[in-house]
Write a protein that binds this ligand. Structure first.
Ligand code: ADP
Length: 418
């Protein structure tokens, strides 16, 4: 079976965010970890290839994105969606402009749109200016981002600096007049030589109006918000969404390597609930103790009674201390490796519902488990769905939720298993 929509995401948690929006808008969606070496497994309306290209040198980001495009076209994709961050994370060197350019050239198309608007997450675009919450992008903290500082909120200017193509604007006055008006404006811009148009959107209604105007456009680029208006172009609505991939029956566990504020609260809430929780000590790990075997022996005693939590999550002061003794990179890599081995051991013991907290941590766990394609299921909290994929080591499917550090309510770990 062929997919309708083929998506290329420039980072891993962004891919899950997009896939989650597509599922909620009515498309059966599979997310792949990198570019698969084989065809898509199972029936799907959309595929999201998760790359990690946001801050790579532009040439590498382009090469990987084009390879993803080829794979998606081989799966029958009728439309391509290039997904980037809702804060338009990029620099004058790229990678949004160069990747969009290359995809347009390969798709032999002379027009696309670009909008990071994601009103559910308080990212809105008006007159081409990007707002994060109530402030302009360059006042939101993003101006201090270590890798992609965003100092200009005007997306026409920002994107113009990254591409030789002419960038224009479909402003809110047009969007407010509806899909026909947007189509007419696109023709007008094309006649002026504009090849990429920033589109204003301040509400989900705006994105739903935009959707029909994008039908048949070979390439669409945006944050995850634009996705809510696309499934209807193929007659799919939220009512046609699968009730979600059924969760695998089996034992339940959480592994947490995130030290973000939200994860700290979630770990505390789990402990307060009286459920079994085990802290990992980076210093004992560094001293050569077999922390992984100890953790798995501990888990053996508790797994039969309900969900367990194994965590390295710590407050900033403790993190600084560990980093001071071990170095930040070494501490991080050691803990990621330990948590990945613990997660594998848990799955070998029969855990089939696994939550992983932390972006980098999730990457390590997914790789260790050998997950290549995951189907998106029910949403636990905004941006975090249950997923389901095949774990080769146990010849079985597992349900897995990959939680970015600052996502999720305080009771996330408990709620997820309900
Ligand atoms: P988040 O999504 O919250 O950023 P990540 O998993 O991406 O979480 O990043 C957390 C990083 O911190 C990982 O590299 C992890 O191994 C490391 N880490 C986890 N616990 C500790 C700790 N107690 N001390 C130092 N580093 C830690």
């Amino acid at each position: 079976m062929s997919i309708k929509l083929g998506c290329i995401a420039d980072d891993f948690t962004g891919a899950t965010d997009l896939a989650n929006n597509l599922v909620r808008a009515g498309m059966r969606t599979v997310q792949t970890i990198g570019i698969p070496g084989e065809p898509l497994r199972g029936a799907a309306d959309a595929a999201v290839v998760a790359l990690k290209t946001r801050t790579l040198p532009a040439a590498e980001a382009v090469a990987q994105s084009l390879a993803a495009l080829e794979w998606l076209r081989a799966q029958g994709a009728e439309q391509i969606y290039f997904k980037y961050c809702s804060t338009f994370d990029s620099t004058p060197a790229g990678n949004i402009g160069p990747v969009a350019d290359a995809l347009m050239t390969r798709l032999d198309t002379d027009f696309t749109i670009a909008t990071p608007a994601f009103p559910d997450n308080k990212r809105t675009v008006f007159k081409g200016y990007l707002f994060a919450g109530d402030v302009l992008l360059n006042e939101s903290g993003m101006q201090h981002h270590p890798l992609t500082p965003m100092t200009d909120p005007n997306l026409v200017r920002v994107l113009s600096a990254q591409t030789t193509r002419r960038v224009g604007l479909i402003d809110h006055a047009v969007v407010a007049r509806g899909s026909q008006a947007i189509r007419a404006r696109i023709q007008e811009l094309k006649a002026q030589g504009v090849e990429i148009a920033i589109v204003d959107a301040v509400s989900n209604d705006d994105l739903l109006v935009l959707g029909p105007a994008l039908a048949g456009m070979p390439l669409v680029t945006g944050g995850s918000g634009v996705a809510i208006g696309l499934p209807r172009n193929w007659g799919m609505t939220s009512a046609s969404a699968q009730a979600g991939q059924p969760r695998m029956p089996g034992m339940q566990a959480v592994v947490a390597g995130s030290c973000s504020a939200a994860t700290n609260g979630q770990v505390a809430a789990f402990i307060e609930s009286g459920r079994p929780a085990l802290a990992l000590d980076p210093l004992r790990l560094a001293a050569g103790e077999d922390v992984v075997a100890q953790a798995l022996a501990w888990a053996d005693a508790h797994l039969g009674d309900g969900p367990v939590l194994i965590y390295s999550t710590a407050q900033p002061e403790q993190v600084r201390q560990a980093q001071g003794e071990l170095g930040a990179a070494r501490a991080g890599a050691m803990i990621e490796d330990a948590i990945a081995r613990i997660a594998t051991g848990l799955v070998e013991r029969g855990v089939r519902q696994l939550i992983v907290a932390g972006g980098e941590t999730s990457g390590a766990v997914v790789q260790a488990l050998g997950l290549e394609q995951i189907a998106i299921g029910e949403q636990i909290d905004p941006g975090v769905p249950w997923c389901r994929g095949h774990a080769p080591a146990v010849h079985d499917d597992i349900s897995i939720a990959l939680k970015s550090g600052n996502f999720g309510a305080r009771d996330f770990f408990l709620k997820a298993f309900d």
